[in-house]
Design a protein around this ligand. Sequence first.
Ligand SMILES: *[C@@H]1O[C@H](CO)[C@@H](O)[C@H](O)[C@H]1NC(C)=O
Length: 352
Amino acid sequence: MVRLPLFLLLASLWLGAFSAVVNMPGGLSRRHPLPSSFEWTSTDILIAPKDDSRKLAGVKDPSVVYFEGQWHIFATTAKGGSWNLFYTNFTDWSIANDAEFFYLDQSPIGRGYRAAPQVFYFEPQKLWYLVYQNGNAAYSTNPDISNPAGWTAPKTFYSGMPKIVEENIGKGNWLDMWVICDSENCHLFSSDDNGQLYRSQTPVSDFPEGFDEPVIALQDSNRFRLFEGSNVYKLGDKEEDGYLLIVEAIGADGRRWFRSWTMSAIEGPYTPLAAEEENPFARSNNVAFEGKAWSKDISHGEMIRSGYDQYLKVNPAKFQYLYQGQDPEDGAGVPYGDLPWRIALLTQTNTA
Ligand SMILES: *[C@@H]1O[C@H](CO)[C@@H](O)[C@H](O)[C@H]1NC(C)=O
């Protein structure tokens, strides 16, 4: 038995009582269709760098949609501290690693720093959007997701780094832009590796123009607890089921993991769901591997959606999450820009 100092014991009793209140049916938070803890299985590595002239160190930050019988994946290429994007497609996860990569620096997206893509179909304009970071919050559009040469040159959502980000970023990085729309507004989330999650919005009819000065959506004085890699999704089709937010954190063991919140509207307030290392949304301690436990990091990626449009709907009955992981032995002592990130799929094994 572990002996807890008295103040920790009291603090955890108090927190326990508090979370019981907020989770009570008819209590402070709206009802949501999710369990209060999660369990997952992980596949082996599904997507790895090709043995080609690019000699990539890692493939990371996947975004995924299922459209017209194909999985369409956009992800980051990493080598020596340089980042760009690639596209790949396949009909089934079992053949994912056989699919070719189309390096998006061959499209008008061009060379240079581009990372952390998010893809969705913006139904009002009948256009696919690829949102990514290039030092600013950037996007490209394409009428045909299966034509990777067809993406437009980068444009940005903001004229430069917003003032509130400048004021709070410290020694962090402004990154991991994420767009989700409701019937009235499109919302743009971003992180600063320094404990802030930002959100700004624009009317759907103005998108992609008009994003206002961001607000701080969530904040933590420990920057590692609210680090980067946020995803926001609509839970199912019913309005009352609300939304899910997940944010990537760095754990006490130095490994990446995800915290989660629910909310009845995209603008919050955000109620913690599974948000601690002992009860994570996804972390090495709630993931069972089908083969070798090849990664201790459960890091930046995204949920398998039930649709592909700007509403970013997911099926709350059973989540699947496409993530980046790395073999701790291969990654030991390797600089951040050359970490051996690989892509694999989590499937939730418990239900509400
Ligand atoms: C799959 O990707 C390739 C580029 O690598 C593209 O030429 C092809 O049209 C895509 N196929 C589908 C069905 O999207």
